[in-house]
Ligand binder design. Structure first.
Ligand SMILES: [Fe+2]
Ligand SMILES: [Fe+2]
Length: 143
């Protein structure tokens, strides 16, 4: 089970709460994977992708608002989205012949990626984010 903790805080309430939600969603995905219900899994992957994209957009909006150079972080996001779409296609192609082992790799990959990305890449924004209020909220955020 993935769990958000203070050591993952990047100094902004919106980004932190989105990271918390993403970790919960990866846990939910892992639970769905165990049921081997491929229709439910595909739906969950779609929903996850939606929130992941919204998070990436919001993170970029906040980074720009505090004048943080987001280029490298954005590149990592794009790489993950490509990989995620490849996984989703593979999951759809497998349909009901879902074995579970590939799926388990997916949830582990997503969990490792998110935690690794928060700690190594998003964390680099912390010093700049901390020059603003923890509750700093620029306009134009995605819901
Ligand atoms: Fe993030
Ligand atoms: Fe990021």
């Amino acid at each position: 089970m993935l769990k958000w903790g203070k050591h993952l805080s990047v100094g902004n309430a919106i980004i932190d709460s989105e990271h918390k939600n993403l970790l919960i969603m990866v846990n939910d995905l892992s639970a769905i994977i165990k049921t081997k219900d491929s229709a439910a899994l595909l739906l969950a992957l779609e929903q996850f992708e939606h929130w992941l994209c919204a998070h990436f957009e919001n993170e970029e909006t906040i980074a720009r608002a505090v004048n943080y150079d987001f280029a490298r972080n954005k590149l990592e996001h794009e790489k993950l989205l490509k990989e995620f779409q490849r996984m989703k296609k593979e999951a759809a192609a497998k349909n009901r012949s879902w074995s579970g082992s590939t799926a388990k790799q997916y949830s582990r990959f997503l969990g490792d990626w998110i935690v690794g990305h928060i700690m190594e890449e998003d964390m680099l924004m912390k010093t700049v984010l901390q020059t603003h209020d923890y509750s700093f909220t620029p306009t134009g955020l995605a819901q």
